[in-house]
Design a protein around this ligand. Structure first.
Ligand code: ZN
Length: 201
């Protein structure tokens, strides 16, 4: 599967001049929700991800996603793995399980995101699960922005990566974009203004 092409076809991989959450500028941006617009296409992605997880011999009881971004990917991955799906939600400084969801002592859980950038939300989700006695056996995401090392990938973890290095990260592909500080941005120098696509447009 050519994952980058799947993202391009879904208009999930944007080209232009973007202001990233880090404050840096980039020519490319992943609008991850777009690749999940069509459930049947989304399930092809999570089937491929589930295959990688199974081939690595990871045993899973449950997929847990950090809301909101990870919920759809987590739900589809749970379907592909034929396991339970839950999600955690933001609270001040972290994440928590609500809505009657429960975690058993020693339950083997994969934390699933649509995209892993530095892994901050995924780490908070893992901490919430472990505080309840669950065991985080892996992290998973459809896309990896290249800060964290994924199983089978070529990139080493960068200092920005917040995920623990003793738990594997499974992602379909790395999307490593060239980034510029605003004062060094060649597009800004040409007079263009960076736009912030984010989750609010
Ligand atoms: Zn710029």
């Amino acid at each position: 599967m050519n994952v980058e092409q799947v993202y391009k076809d879904a208009n999930a991989l944007l080209e232009g001049h973007f202001l990233l959450a880090s404050g840096n500028h980039s020519r490319r941006y992943l609008q991850s929700a777009k690749v999940l617009e069509y459930p049947k296409k989304a399930s092809l992605l999570t089937d491929a991800l589930a295959k990688m997880i199974k081939e690595a011999g990871i045993e899973v009881d449950t997929v847990c996603a950090p809301a909101l971004g990870g919920v759809l990917a987590g739900y589809e991955l749970a379907r592909s793995l034929d396991v339970r799906s839950i999600f955690v939600e933001k609270k001040e400084g972290g994440m928590e399980l609500r809505r009657g969801f429960e975690v058993a002592e020693g339950e083997k859980i994969i934390i699933c995101e649509d995209i892993i950038t530095t892994g901050g939300s995924a780490l908070k989700a893992a901490q919430a699960i472990e505080a309840l006695g669950g065991k985080v056996v892996a992290f998973a995401s459809l896309a990896n922005r290249g800060f964290c090392k994924r199983v089978g990938g070529n990139n080493e973890a960068k200092p920005e990566c917040k995920l623990p290095n003793d738990i594997p990260l499974f992602s379909l592909d790395d999307f490593t974009f060239e980034m510029y500080a605003p004062e060094d941005c060649p597009m800004c120098k040409e007079g263009s203004v960076a736009i912030k696509p984010g989750s609010k447009s």
